[in-house]
Design a protein around this ligand. Sequence first.
Ligand code: F6P
Length: 379
Amino acid sequence: MATRKPCIGVLTGGGDCPGLNAVIRAVVKSATRLGYDCVGFLRGYEGLVDPVSYMPLDRQNTSEILLRGGTILGSTNKGRFTALVGHGERVRIDPDLLAQAGDTLRRLRVSGLICVGGDGSLAIAQQLFEHGLPVVGVPKTIDNDLGATAFTFGFDSAVATATDALDRLHTTAASHERVMVLEVMGRHAGWIALHAGIAGGGDVILVPEIPWTFEAVCAHVTAREAEGRRSTLIVVAEGAALPDGGLVHEATADAQRQVKLGGIGQRVAAELGARLDREVRAVVLGHLQRGGTPTPFDRLLATQFGAHAVGLVHDGRFGEMVRYRPPHIEGVPIATAIHELSVVDPASSAVRAARALGVSFGDGVAATETAARGSAARG
Ligand code: F6P
């Protein structure tokens, strides 16, 4: 693309989530006002290397994408850059790919590349930066497991979808006097399960951070039935390990991709059904929670991230990532940000509030005991 104006590039990497298009729109609108041209690389980092694929971005082709789910640039969590990196793990990216990416940016006169992604994609961004490329990061993931930022966009939308699913499951579970299990995403952290579980009135919440047992879950269902509650809703995060420590996942022969989690909901349903001699059904929410229109909160956060990322490029603050540290959006080195995993604190006020209402985390801790602990901690 021949241009005399300086140019900002943007790409979206890893799994998609609601709000990616809001970032792209914010980047283009704010960059244009500062006098930049914009270009979007397609299919994540793949667009930077042979065959290079990109599209010029302007006010016209990014209008009306604020509320559209997914990403107009496409994304991938596979490909040549995928190196099973993140949260401290590092696998070196092929130097030839890094050199190709640099050539592409120079040829298109891209003076700043905004990489929108989760832990893996940001770890790739860091390697590009270490190779001398002018990179700025924007964190995204529905899992909300990046410790450097209070929230990632996509999370609020995923929680809204999971809460809606629980609202719907309530009525059918009550009508049939069933135990129902909803499996939600959450690879390393149980944020979606916890927030949707509370907002959607779940009775049992199983997360990776709190070890649980089938005995405790069964005891909770039985206790509810003794109180006359004929239906029970259980929310389980895909990354909640079984009591023996094992994760439930699909078998995959694809060494390039991370383990495909999924199936814990069905395992919980089968085990409870057998132990309780009750009808237990499982629902896997899956990618429904990654699609669709972003919530107003996610649009707001994504828009601020996009505009702030352009500011970082404009100020030459490469190697930094935007983050939300309420009430501010600010920059933080990507190198430190990618090492911080955010997980649910079992002693947090959200967990304590849930327990105080009688929600079980499958660990047999009684609500009264928890409430007492809370008051003791408060002194
Ligand atoms: O990282 C976000 C996430 O939604 C995880 O919760 C989930 O394990 C993963 O993506 C699934 O990604 P995909 O199905 O695209 O491989």
